[in-house]
Design a protein around this ligand. Structure first.
Ligand code: DQA
Length: 148
């Protein structure tokens, strides 16, 4: 099975961006880690990042055509994007696992609301890059239960 791991705006800056909140790992480190985790779970990982809302919408639509699931860190668009919310709905029943490096509930109130969460199978936040691995494990377990 192929899993899209999609990353939203400013996540290309990881490693340099507010390391006290987001850690020192770069996005490429996380991509590498996802590919390793994917290999051990029997998943092919298609890892992408965009600073553009419409590009993320396009990728969600593309995943609905050919992928088995999505791990989505929509970054700031999590809190604002009705377009991403609608794209996830339209992709149903494609499973989406929401990930955030930081614990969004321990931060500013505007981060406490997620427009992704209502249509995600689950959400992992606060564990840094490990969250991506946990999300891939959750999808793999779901695929195994579905006999995929
Ligand atoms: C984030 C949390 C968001 O609130 C923020 O806008 C990000 C990153 C995280 O991974 O912790 O850009 O999604």
């Amino acid at each position: 099975s192929t899993v899209f791991v999609l990353n939203g705006p400013n996540l290309n800056m990881l490693g340099r961006r507010e390391p006290s909140i987001y850690g020192v790992a770069t996005l490429e480190d996380i991509a590498e880690d996802c590919r390793k985790a994917g290999a051990s779970l029997g998943l092919t990982i298609d890892f992408r990042q965009s600073n553009h809302e419409g590009e993320l919408v396009g990728w969600i639509q593309e995943a609905a055509e050919g992928a088995s699931g999505i791990v989505l860190n929509a970054a700031a668009y999590t809190h604002t994007s009705i377009a991403i919310h609608d794209a996830i709905r339209a992709a149903a029943p494609l499973p989406v696992v929401e990930v955030h490096l930081s614990n969004i509930h321990a931060r500013e109130p505007f981060r406490h609301v997620s427009k992704v969460a209502p249509h995600a199978v689950g959400m992992i936040c606060g564990f840094g890059p490990l969250g991506y691995r946990l999300a891939l494990q959750a999808l793999a377990a779901r695929f195994a239960a579905d006999g995929e």
